[in-house]
Design a protein around this ligand. Structure first.
Ligand code: Q9C
Ligand code: ZN
Length: 333
């Protein structure tokens, strides 16, 4: 299986995030990518396809914000990572504000998503990696994009959950632009893929199915509930399968079978898997009980769909096991 990765994805090296109201070291580090690289073997560089594919998902104003936010932060006399602290939750209207603090809050929904000097560079190459892996499906059945930073929490015009550009969504749109007509996205990160869901919520040609920790107990709280089923043309094209903390292989497989049944019924011509290894039993910020030996079993079930499959990396924070978990998952295809 071809694996795509660009070393510029290491440039994003934030040091802090807010968690439970406290400043903590950021969990989403370059060391994650290094751990995966050490375990999966040789990788290929992506081809640069420019900003156009990104702009099919993310508006120009948001892209420009991401590009300049850290410089603007420094120009305001700040040091270190840029973090928002005030959010327009009340009577939202489109104001165009210059102050960096106001722009940060406008384009974010949480405080765990810092912008560091290399954030744009990494997010950009992260998307190129997914796009090149998508192209590899012209000759191969499966391809892996070592996406880092992750993408599934960010929507069209907001960052969150360590995510800045949504690679799975950009790849889905690129696939449709290249002639695919029905794309299924299966999100099996521990956390609900609220950004991806939001981007395609009113779309009937992109099915979004997610298995994740119950948002009643876990981040991102406000999205990922079973009554979110899509709207308009997209009614019925969103399926959320939340699971309780402590879920292990048996329960996870039951949900996966439901997810795969729905994908088969949708008659997709492409599958994108948003894969998070934070379902791992010993993940430091998550609470499922999947073991390394379980990942090939999950992948094998997914492969039974017989669809061209693009796997994009999302979360996974147990540094000592992350590489083994990713390699184990990929070995099942
Ligand atoms: N210090 C992904 O897995 N909140 N994002 C937890 C822990 C944010 C996870 C804070 C969790 C986001 C892609
Ligand atoms: Zn996650």
């Amino acid at each position: 299986m071809q694996i795509f990765w660009d070393p510029r994805q290491l440039a994003h090296a934030p040091s802090i995030e807010m968690h439970n109201g406290r400043i903590e070291p950021c969990s989403e580090t370059p060391a994650r990518a290094q751990a995966i690289l050490d375990a999966v073997g040789p990788t290929e560089l992506p081809r640069d396809q420019g900003e156009d594919p990104i702009l099919r998902v993310h508006p120009r104003a948001y892209v420009d914000f991401l590009k300049s936010a850290h410089d603007d932060w420094c120009a305001a006399g700040r040091t270190g990572d840029a973090l928002p602290y005030a959010f327009p939750a009340v009577r939202r209207r489109s104001l165009s504000l210059d102050r960096i603090d106001a722009r940060l809050g406008r384009y974010a929904y949480d405080t765990c998503t810092p912008i560091a000097a290399g954030t744009w560079t990494s997010a950009y190459w992260n998307v190129q990696t997914a796009l090149s892996a998508l192209e590899a499906l012209e000759t191969d059945r499966t391809a892996f994009a070592l996406c880092r930073p992750p993408g599934h929490h960010c929507g069209a015009d907001y960052m969150g959950g360590y995510c800045y550009l949504n690679s799975a969504a950009v790849a889905a749109e690129a696939a449709i632009a290249a002639g695919r007509s029905r794309v299924a996205i299966l999100d099996i990160d521990y956390h609900h893929g609220n950004g991806t869901q939001d981007i395609f919520y009113a779309r009937g040609d992109v099915l979004f199915v997610s298995i994740h920790a119950d948002p009643a107990t876990d981040y991102p709280f406000y999205w990922g509930h079973p009554d979110e089923t899509g709207e308009g043309e997209g009614e019925g094209a969103t399926l959320n399968l939340p699971l309780l903390r402590g879920t292990g292989l048996t329960e996870f497989e039951r949900a996966l079978d439901q997810a795969l049944d729905r994908i088969a019924a949708f008659r997709a011509d492409l599958l994108i898997v948003s894969y998070g290894a934070d379902t791992y039993a010993h993940d430091p910020i998550s609470h499922f009980a999947i073991e390394t030996r379980d990942y090939p079993l999950l992948a094998r079930r997914i492969a039974c769909l017989g669809l061209p499959t693009l796997v994009v990396m999302e979360g996974g924070y147990a540094l000592d096991a992350l590489g083994h978990n990713v390699a184990a998952f990929l070995s099942g295809f």
